[in-house]
Structures are given as C-alpha cells and as structure tokens.
Design a binder for this molecule. Structure first.
Ligand code: 5GP
Ligand code: ZN
Length: 139
C-alpha cells in the first residue's frame, strides 16, 4: 500500500533521500529534517497508513518493536537526559505529514521544547461511565 503523493512513502521506497537509521521489511527510521533537538528521529511503517488507528495490529507491532532500541541509540549518541515519543493523528493534533510516524525527541533540562498539559478532573461517576463506553468500542 503506497500513496504516490506521500513524501514518507517516497522516502520508504528510496525515491527521495533520507538520513537512515534502521530499516527492515516493515519499518524505516531516519532523522527528522526539521529537528526539535539534534538526533530527533522518525520511525514509520513502510506501508501507507494516515493515522495509527488505521494500522493492523501486527503491522503496528512490527513497527513499534523498534522503539526501545531506537530510543536507546538516540539517547546514547546525543547524550540527552530523556526523550519523548510523540505521535500525532490528524491536523487538530498537529499532524502535518499524513503517513503514520513516531517522533523520538531528545530532551534535556531547560530545552526549548514544551507543550501545554491542561489536566482536568471528572465529576463523580463520569470516569466509570466513560471507561464503560470505551470498553464497548474495544470489543
Ligand atoms: P508531524 O507534525 O506530521 O507529526 O511531523 C512531521 C515531521 O516530518 C516534521 O517534524 C518534519 O520536520 C518532518 N519532515 C517533513 N518532511 C520531511 C522530509 O522530507 N524528510 C525528513 N527527514 N523529515 C521530514
Ligand atoms: Zn505514505
């Protein structure tokens, strides 16, 4: 499955260059061209899926199995203190490239990257009701 207009499909097919970190039959990882920090990497499925919920579970597993090693390697190479795994779905969630990708973003104290985390709370009973609704959709 490939989208001829998709830049990450073209990278996966070797039609446009990237700075490759790893690859196998299911996945490829490369350095982000607009890094939030040196070593900012992207892990993508070879096949074209726009959002993570479209991915078959076995494909997701084959791609995500690379995250621990990739995170360790980036951390060791750039000497960052930690890292974020970020994965955006939909333009409302800041997805710009419509091909699933997992960001590995090195983090250090006082770096420039940040996001709002406007944590809320539930009124009595709402959390159980919501969990029940979500569980129904998992079946
Ligand atoms: P999004 O906002 O969709 O989650 O992030 C897309 C990411 O892809 C951005 O961080 C951007 O810098 C990166 N990107 C976009 N085009 C290219 C490209 O052609 N090559 C590489 N290596 N990264 C790209
Ligand atoms: Zn694609």
């Amino acid at each position: 499955m490939k989208d001829s207009d998709c830049i990450f499909c073209k990278i996966a097919a070797g039609e446009i260059p990237c700075t490759k970190l790893l690859e196998d039959d299911s996945a490829i990882a490369f350095l982000d061209i607009g890094p939030l920090a040196p070593g900012h990497a992207l892990l993508i499925p070879r096949e074209h899926y726009v959002t993570v919920d479209q991915m078959p579970a076995d494909v997701a597993a084959d791609v995500l199995k690379h995250l621990p090693a990739l995170g360790r390697a980036v951390q060791a190479a750039v000497g960052c203190e930690g890292f974020n795994i970020l994965q955006n779905n939909g333009s409302v969630a800041h997805q710009v490239v419509p091909h699933v990708h997992f960001h590995v973003i090195p983090r250090n104290p006082d770096d420039e990257f940040g996001f709002n985390w406007p944590a809320g709370s539930y009124p009595p009973g709402r959390i159980e009701q919501l969990a029940e609704d979500i569980r129904k959709h998992l079946k």
